[in-house]
Design a protein around this ligand. Structure first.
Ligand code: FE
Ligand code: ZN
Ligand code: FE
Length: 168
């Protein structure tokens, strides 16, 4: 029989969200090297590589948050992130023009960043509400990186990749 997950307080929901974020970062540590390898545009490859290094630190921040809260955040699988990554991998496997594929990789990656921004923004608000100040600082630091990663991808798309894709 499936045991139902008990989410009886905002704190339990907070931990649930943190576990999903943790799983997301873990999955991205596997996925970002593939995205970097698939990208043709140098700035895009570098953006993926740089965000991989940030993502490893983001996972460490969540480890820190877990130890502050006295909770193990590992062991959950975020299906939302799994789906978003599967869409990106579909593009990697497609028979596509290089510039068009780059445009698609950016689209997939920006969806990931927005998903993360939503998750971190929510968790940050819960942490603030419940006075988990140290955890809030860690979440805020990562939220900021996710926003910057999204902005960088947006700039690469708007300044070069999308226009090249349009000419393909
Ligand atoms: Fe992240
Ligand atoms: Zn999730
Ligand atoms: Fe990210």
């Amino acid at each position: 029989m499936m045991t139902k997950e008990k989410i009886s307080s905002l704190h339990t929901l907070f931990l649930h969200e943190l576990k999903h974020l943790y799983s997301g970062e873990e999955q991205l540590i596997e996925a970002l090297p593939k995205m970097a390898k698939a990208a043709s545009n140098d700035a895009l490859t570098k953006a993926f590589q740089d965000h991989l290094e940030e993502t490893k630190k983001q996972k460490e921040r969540l480890d820190k948050a877990g130890s502050i809260l006295g909770e193990d955040l590992s062991g959950k699988k975020c299906k939302g992130m799994e789906g978003l990554i599967a869409e990106g991998e579909g593009l990697i496997d497609a028979d596509a023009d290089a510039d068009v594929q780059d445009a698609g990789l950016i689209a997939a990656a920006q969806k990931v960043e927005h998903y993360e921004m939503a998750g971190y923004g929510t968790a940050l608000n819960y942490a603030d509400l419940m006075g988990h100040d140290k955890v809030a600082d860690l979440l805020n630091e990562t939220l900021d990186e996710e926003k910057k990663a999204d902005n960088k991808l947006n700039r690469i798309a708007m300044r070069s990749v999308n226009a090249k894709a349009e000419k393909a």
